[in-house]
Design a protein around this ligand. Structure first.
Ligand code: TXA
Ligand code: MG
Length: 340
């Protein structure tokens, strides 16, 4: 199939993109976190095509995208007041809420679960497409299963050209890591994926939040994580990755002592000149977690296109977006983590 590319945010293009969704097709959608692989969430056949195009295991549920919180009650029951408080504070934005599913949402969409993840993305194109389509859009990240999430239309086309009907190029994703996923069906609420909305922001509204251990530790063989997606090895570059946690100067010194010429290094800007014999990808300044979030997938994708034999990565501390950046690096490393 030939994949069409929409670039201009015009009424005509929005309508053409919405028509693809209504017809049961596959559409690459820009969001502020990462690009998504979208289809009509209420159409089980269309949703099956998402799983096929990505090569995604069918027990890994999709999240649905809505234009505002008034759609929550169409697709979820027993919506707690806190969901509306969170929506008022953080939607549109990088937050996915897990809530009880109404039967109108097919089990194929939810990977067989009685709950569904709902998010209102902060991107004018995608909000307009969902409104025009009149249905929620199911969308996982737009990468082939196991590849880093795409943060631009060209990244997504690398994986999906010829597999989807169209992609809407809405520019680079401003946040760069996927949404934070919070389970509101349990008390206290549980963070299932650290993402573009910092834990501290959730705590400011919810008070106590349990951080699921799959965010910071490897999933043990046979263990069933609450977010099924966390059990799969995501973001795995071709070369083995080692993540170095600890102070920035100490982690840089560790990498200087252990990296061979020709290895890849993902490091903070302050240390970019410290590895002349290695291939360096600058993650952004130590104190700029947003820059790090924007660059982390690009770093992993870039090294995939090279033949570096190993990759060493400096790990940010866990404050703010650091928790999400650290999680993506550790997952890419299969939790091969050294603390200095
Ligand atoms: O930022 C994002 O969330 C992007 C953009 C496109 O919106 N989407 C995204 O989707 O990252 P995906 O499918 O790659 O990640 C969704 C995560 C997976 O780990 C999945 O297992 C989990 O959320 N999830 C989805 N529905 C769930 C549910 N009902 N219960 C528990 N976990 C769920
Ligand atoms: Mg994904």
């Amino acid at each position: 199939m030939e994949t069409r590319v929409f670039t201009e945010n015009t009424a005509e293009n929005i309508e053409a993109a919405a028509a693809i969704i209504r017809a049961g097709g596959l559409l690459g959608i820009p969001t502020e976190t990462v690009y998504g692989l979208g289809a009509n969430a209420l159409n089980a056949d269309a949703v099956l095509h998402i799983f096929e195009a990505k090569g995604r295991p069918q027990d890994n549920p999709l999240i649905i995208h809505v234009p505002d919180e008034t759609w929550l009650e169409r697709y979820c029951h027993d919506v707690p007041e806190t969901a509306y408080t969170l929506a008022a504070a953080f939607w549109p934005g990088p937050l996915t809420m897990i809530l009880p599913r109404k039967p109108i949402v097919p089990l194929r969409t939810t990977g067989g679960l009685e709950t569904v993840g709902v998010r209102c993305p902060n991107h004018p194109v995608t909000l307009a497409v969902i409104q025009a389509a009149g249905v929620p859009v199911a969308a996982p990240s737009g990468n082939l299963s196991g590849r880093p999430s795409p943060t631009s239309a060209s990244d997504m086309l690398e994986d999906m050209d010829g597999r989807i009907d169209a992609i809407f190029d809405g520019g680079p994703s401003g946040v760069g890591v996927e949404s934070s996923v919070i389970d509101l069906t349990v008390t206290p609420p549980r963070l299932l994926r650290a993402g573009g909305l910092p834990l501290e922001a959730l705590q400011s509204i919810l008070g106590e939040v349990i951080v699921d251990k799959c965010i910071t530790e490897p999933v043990a063989p046979g263990e069933k994580p609450k977010a099924p997606g966390m059990k799969y090895r995501h973001y795995a570059p071709k070369a083995p990755v080692t993540v170095i946690c600890g102070g920035a100067a100490a982690s840089a010194a560790y990498i200087r002592a252990h990296a061979q010429p020709g290895d890849g290094v993902i490091c903070f800007s302050e240390f970019a000149a410290s590895f002349p014999a290695q291939r360096v990808h600058d993650l952004g300044p130590v104190d700029n977690k947003l820059a790090q979030a924007q660059r982390v997938f690009d770093a992993l994708r870039t090294f995939d296109a090279t033949d570096v034999p190993r990759i060493f990565a400096q790990c940010p501390d866990e404050a703010g977006l650091g928790l999400a950046v650290a999680n993506r690096l550790k997952k890419a490393a299969g939790f091969d983590v050294v603390t200095v």
